[in-house]
Write a protein that binds this ligand. Structure first.
Ligand SMILES: NC(=O)c1ccc[n+]([C@@H]2O[C@H](COP(=O)([O-])OP(=O)(O)OC[C@H]3O[C@@H](n4cnc5c(N)ncnc54)[C@H](O)[C@@H]3O)[C@@H](O)[C@H]2O)c1
Length: 447
């Protein structure tokens, strides 16, 4: 049994749909004084009578008992909800517009209602009120739509902090998910909002993880996009394997047992393109098998396309910089190998040379005289004059470079970047460390 809260707070929950209903009932069941707000009088009426406006296992019992113990009520009147409230949680809908854009009308309206209510009702004893978005909203929404409403001219006695706290419950198991979320993440720069949210969710086993507002907003999209990609990935495996007489259920059952590379953090860092002797070749093979069966695998085709776009983006940035002299640090497809087969860095080098840039390359492991077999053939085809491009020390490659593209880096490379300070550094991996990231001219590929 989850313990009750230590410091009961007065909470206004805006929007009594799936998220708001479960949130209001869950918080009241742990001892907070909760009032739900909705523009739909029917939903409010249901709440007042101890019934749930949505079907969600377990929520009706929570509502009935919290309403009976007077810890939960509902209203259509924002003023009633805001009077004395420590925190507003926005759980209103954020539906798609005609072009796929997020319609923020309900967020805008509830925020405006909260702000107007403050003009006429008393603040909580602390004087501080937190406005925290739980709806899924595009990055930038809290900064541009929510925070400005409370930036100045607040009525006497009120101070306001804003934040974003994405909700991760799933319909059908909403109550269970509410009490056992995958993580509890709050994006805010306001310390009092951090304290309030920690007290509000103190009954959970997880700690509140505090991040920047944009991170919290972006996280929810990353999670949902990943879940959709996972489903489509498993389905594409089924599409390609079934005609070959292979049971994709069994394949994916064994697949999930790999906690090292498959179900893990591996390969989940934004950075540069994949390459090497296996991934490009085996994706081509899968696409070929699918084509033979008259099938499309758009998710896997999209992976190939994204890989190409990532390479092109770096070329475009170098072109836009108007530099001529470019240094590439790292040539093999990953550090600590001399395997150049289908290395995206070789591809990058070939294209930069083709566009007329003066390129020098540093890679401590590559020795052109020692390359053999298909590795050698690959380099001969793509970079026939590799021995003329390669230099032996990072200081040499950076000496005259106007742009340094860093594919892999050891401490020697980091030290050379810090001492030579090339005018522009494009980081493809994201592990150069803060001393390099603070240099003027530093930019990450995806951060
Ligand atoms: N449904 C889910 O499983 C789920 C999970 C996580 C996050 N989310 C996100 O949470 C948000 C809410 O989702 P939902 O499924 O609960 O939506 P919903 O459509 O079920 O409920 C939204 C409620 O907000 C009310 N509302 C609209 N404008 C209002 C206003 N100005 N003041 C007060 N109430 C107002 C509506 O009447 C409605 O009852 C969305 O952004 C959604 O993307 C949903």
């Amino acid at each position: 049994m989850t313990p009750s809260c230590k410091r009961p707070l007065r909470v206004a929950v805006f929007g009594l749909g799936y998220v708001g209903t479960v949130t209001a009932a869950g918080l009241a069941s742990r001892g907070h004084d909760v009032i739900g707000v909705d523009v739909d009088a029917h939903k409010v009426d249901e709440f007042r009578h101890g019934r749930s406006p949505v079907i969600e296992p377990g929520v009706e019992a929570l509502i009935a008992s919290a309403v009976a113990s007077r810890l939960l009520s509902a209203t259509t009147d924002t003023k009633r909800a805001i009077a004395g409230a420590d925190i507003s949680l926005l759980c209103v809908g954020t539906p798609s517009g005609a072009q796929g854009e997020t319609d923020l009308t309900y967020v805008e309206r509830s925020v405006a209602d909260i702000r107007s209510a403050m003009d006429v009702v008393a603040p909580p004893p602390s004087g501080h009120h937190s406005v925290v978005v739980r709806s899924t909203v595009p990055p930038g929404t809290v900064a541009t739509v929510v925070a400005p409403q409370f930036a100045d001219n607040l009525p006497e006695g009120w101070t306001v902090g804003t934040g974003m706290m994405p909700e991760f419950l799933r319909e059908g198991s909403g109550v269970d998910d509410f009490f056992d979320p995958p993580f509890v993440v709050l994006g805010t720069g306001d310390e009092q909002t951090v304290d309030t949210v920690r007290d509000l969710f103190g009954f959970l086993e997880q700690q509140v993880r505090v991040v920047g507002v944009g991170t919290a907003e972006g996280l929810k999209y990353a999670c949902n996009a990943f879940h959709a990609a996972k489903i489509s990935f498993a389905n594409e495996m089924g599409r390609v394997l079934r005609p070959l007489g292979v049971d994709a259920r069994e394949v994916m059952t064994v697949f999930r047992e790999d906690r090292k590379l498959n179900i893990s953090g591996a390969y989940l860092r934004p950075g540069f393109a994949y390459g090497g002797s296996c991934l490009p070749k085996d994706l081509r093979s899968l696409q070929h098998l699918a084509r033979q069966g008259g099938l499309d695998l758009p998710l896997l085709a999209g992976a190939v396309q994204t890989n190409e776009l990532v390479i092109r983006d770096v070329i475009d940035r170098v072109i836009a910089s108007r530099a001529r002299r470019v240094a590439l640090l790292g040539l093999s497809f990953k550090s600590n190998t001399d395997d150049l087969r289908e290395s995206p860095h070789v591809e990058l080098a070939e294209r930069l040379i083709g566009k007329g840039f003066d390129l020098l390359v540093y890679d401590p492991i590559i020795n052109p005289d020692r390359l053999v077999g298909s590795n050698r053939l690959q380099v001969q085809a793509k970079l026939p004059h590799l021995d003329r491009l390669l230099v032996c020390r990072p200081e040499e490659v950076l000496a005259d470079a106007e742009v340094a593209i860093v594919a892999h880096a050891d401490q020697q490379v980091r030290d050379a970047l810090i001492s030579i300070r090339p005018p522009r550094i494009i980081d493809l991996q994201g592990d150069l460390g803060s001393a390099v990231e603070q240099l003027p001219g530093y930019e990450g590929i995806a951060w």
